[in-house]
Design a protein around this ligand. Structure first.
Ligand code: BDP
Length: 707
């Protein structure tokens, strides 16, 4: 069990004999080789072989019954006549019925048929044998993943080895793993992959690499997964040799149209483009005093004739922003940049918005941009790769975090306006919208570098299809599919996972202060001091007396005022702001009383001890599963949990020591700085080692370590 099969293991299930109508054949209707319906037939055959040990034949038509029939509405009608349920099907949706003699799986399109087949197999693999008949439709049309892969094969913020898409400056020749990734994604109903880093390299547009794109798309097409690419805004100049990349220059427009035509010749069904512009040093339209909409629409014009879309990122901010101006606030940037552009984007542009106003932090309010844009298509950007959240060395099950954001009511015009209904296009009657998640799988057999992190990828797909899905239920399915049916395994992984986000929040940065991680480069490990004094930071504004970012309209940066009045009012007032966002919206004395009655600083101390204590229990919990899980995965996860347990102590002590040093307010429980049982390495008799001062100082208990 090296993890490569993820949740598609098709392991034998208990009580398989009770399964009434082991069908005796598979009928894949009108399937041409490499089409998703063909894939569905293959997948059903493969899955049923694994689960029941039974080899079924696949036919185009058949009278050998009972059969599993899979196909599109059109094909089904041609073969069998009426199909009333068709009316209820939306794009990519499917109908699944095990009611009659046959199992019937009908997709609105080919992709839907494949999704239905995967859904059926997922039921069987979980030993869910009850009779069912239902229609399932997606919540939103765009359900993509983003990969931040570089042409040299490295992956920005990837923690699972090198790229499966690129090597040494070129698209890979062997696409086996790409097809496997597409298969995995299709099984959770993801329909697009943007394969390269948003900090995009122009050499992707060389003709050799464009040919490569054709190869990748061919590998993904049987799974109904469309290819997309990130573009570098300056390409016409830096790659095309033009003197400018001004989006309103006709030569630039023509250059993009031509490049786009060339790509579509190789990839006729390309999903579209993803663009990061004027952010963190990336080029963009602002260079020419053009608006972001001018920039986005240039790509929209190029892709429109081909049916492509443009995901234009709202993550636009100036990382050289000056902190000496009190009103400057990175959290304001997206709304500041986009508010006047609402309604100015072409119909095939989708503004892709990170879930919070800053950057994938452990706790952020929903981005106010969701309710600002009413006449613009939007999508939410989530992160499966745990950039700020322990980089797959810490277990952090993210579905509950995403759920909080998706279910958050933005109260636009005092009407129910949940984020999930805004991005689906429903709330503001937009034609398209949806979900993107930065995933960053690599060549590591586990895909993400950690077996347990895969629950996040699984949950992402399930929730993009149905955000009403419950985090714990989704997790339960994933555990059954990944680890089997042992009750203790189920209970233990569920318990650990459901505690993991709160634990990480507790020991990394709580009360809305953010993940107090090193902000300047690694985004891993504690370094609260790095959060202030530079344009990348979240700014804690901590001094000897007080802490937190005043984002009120009255006294602060005005960020609270970017929300609709009903939400703004809650955040503007310290008494109505939830404690977990207190320091996001307010600057308070360390002695400020929380709703719990504790002071802010004592809460800090306590939460860090609690969070780290929980991380210690994960090791014991995991150890209780020895022998109940295969040795390979058991050992791998044990190693990670042991690491997390240790690193959570580093987090706890660094953060607590840092704020104790600043505030000089002692911990009521006298723990901070007081660990009599601890033996400092530098105090031991050293032979062959020397002591050195650690930077940042608070990451070593005695400020020193040995090398
Ligand atoms: C930041 C990442 C950086 C990305 C950037 C982005 O650290 O690697 O390029 O976001 O999303 O969080 O563009």
């Amino acid at each position: 069990e090296d993890g490569s099969r993820a949740w598609l293991r098709y392991a034998p299930v208990p009580q398989a004999d009770n399964y009434r109508s082991h069908p005796s054949s598979i009928i894949a209707l009108n399937s041409t080789k490499s089409s998703p319906v063909y894939t569905a037939g293959q997948e059903l055959q493969h899955g049923i072989k694994g689960i029941f040990g039974k080899q079924l034949g696949i036919n185009g038509t058949s009278n050998s019954r009972p059969a599993i029939i899979v196909g599109t509405v059109d094909a089904y009608r041609k073969a069998y006549g009426n199909f009333d349920e068709a009316d209820g099907l939306e794009e990519d949706g499917f109908f699944l019925s095990t009611e009659g003699d046959n199992v019937v799986i009908v997709g609105q399109n080919e992709r839907g048929a494949l999704y239905g087949a995967f859904d059926y197999l997922s039921r069987l693999a979980q030993a869910k044998f009850s009779t069912v008949s239902y229609v399932s439709n997606p919540h939103a049309p765009i359900r993509w993943v983003n990969q931040w892969d570089n042409m040299d094969g490295s992956i920005e913020r990837g923690y699972a080895g090198p790229s499966i898409f690129f090597q040494n400056g070129f698209v890979v020749t062997n696409t086996t793993r790409v097809a496997e990734y597409a298969r995995l994604l299709a099984s959770i109903r993801i329909n697009g992959i943007v394969i390269n880093n948003v900090n995009a390299n122009v050499t992707l547009l060389s003709s050799r690499n464009m040919d490569g794109l054709g190869r990748l798309a061919d590998a993904m097409r049987p799974y109904g997964v469309q290819l997309g690419i990130s573009l570098n805004f300056a390409s016409p100049q830096t790659f095309g040799g033009l003197s400018t990349f001004d989006p309103l220059d006709p030569a630039v427009d023509a250059w993009w149209a031509n490049i786009t035509d060339q790509i579509y010749t190789r990839v006729p069904d390309m999903a579209g483009y993803l663009v990061k512009a004027n952010s963190e040093g990336q080029p963009g339209p602002l260079t020419y005093n053009r608006t972001l909409a001018d920039g986005a629409n240039m790509f929209a014009r190029a892709t429109k004739p081909h049916g492509g879309i443009v995901m234009f990122r709202a993550f636009v901010y100036d990382n050289h922003i000056n902190e000496t101006n009190w009103k400057n606030d990175r959290a304001n940037a997206a709304v500041d940049f986009f508010k006047d552009l609402d309604g100015k984007f072409d119909d095939n542009v989708v503004v892709q918005i990170k879930y919070g106003p800053i950057d994938f932090q452990v706790r952020e309010p929903a981005s106010p941009l969701f309710s600002t844009l009413r006449k613009t298509n939007t999508a939410i950007e989530l992160q499966v790769t745990q950039e700020y959240l322990g980089q797959q060395c810490h277990l952090v099950y993210l579905a509950p975090l995403w759920k909080e954001i998706l279910e958050f009511d933005m109260k636009a015009d005092d009407r129910p306006s949940k984020v999930k209904d805004i991005i689906s296009g429903e709330r503001f009657s937009r034609p398209i919208g949806g979900f993107a998640a930065v995933v960053n799988v690599g060549t590591n057999a586990t895909w993400l570098g950690s077996h347990l992190a895969m629950s996040n990828l699984y949950a992402y797909g399930i929730m993009a299809w149905d955000p009403a899905a419950q985090s714990e239920e989704v997790l339960g399915s994933w555990i059954r599919l990944t680890f089997g049916f042992n009750r203790d395994v189920m209970d233990t992984i569920t318990d650990m996972s459901m505690k993991s986000w709160p634990a990480y929040e507790n020991y990394s940065g709580n009360l809305g202060i953010q993940t107090l991680t090193d902000i300047l480069y690694t985004h891993f490990g504690p370094n609260p001091a790095s959060q202030d004094g530079n344009g990348w930071g979240q700014w804690t504004r901590a001094d000897s007396f007080s802490i937190g970012m005043d984002r009120t309209v009255k006294n602060g940066t005005g960020n609270a005022g970017q929300y609709s009045p009903a939400v703004a009012q809650v955040y503007e007032n310290i008494n109505t702001t939830p404690d977990n966002l207190l320091l996001w919206f307010h600057h308070v004395n360390y002695t400020q009383r929380l709703k719990s009655g504790k002071t802010a600083i004592q809460h800090f101390y306590d939460a860090h001890y609690e969070g780290a204590a929980t991380a210690q229990t994960f090791v014991k919990q995991w150890e209780s599963l020895q022998g109940k899980i295969d040795a390979e995965r058991y050992e791998h996860v044990l190693f990670r949990q042991t690491y997390q347990a240790g690193h959570s102590l580093v987090w706890r002590d660094s953060i607590n020591q840092f704020y104790y040093n600043l505030s000089q307010i002692p911990d009521e429980a006298k723990r901070v700085g007081n660990h009599p049982y601890r033996i400092e390495a530098e105090k031991m008799a050293l032979s062959g080692y020397r002591t050195y001062a650690v930077n940042p100082f608070h990451t070593a208990s005695g400020y020193t370590a040995i090398v």
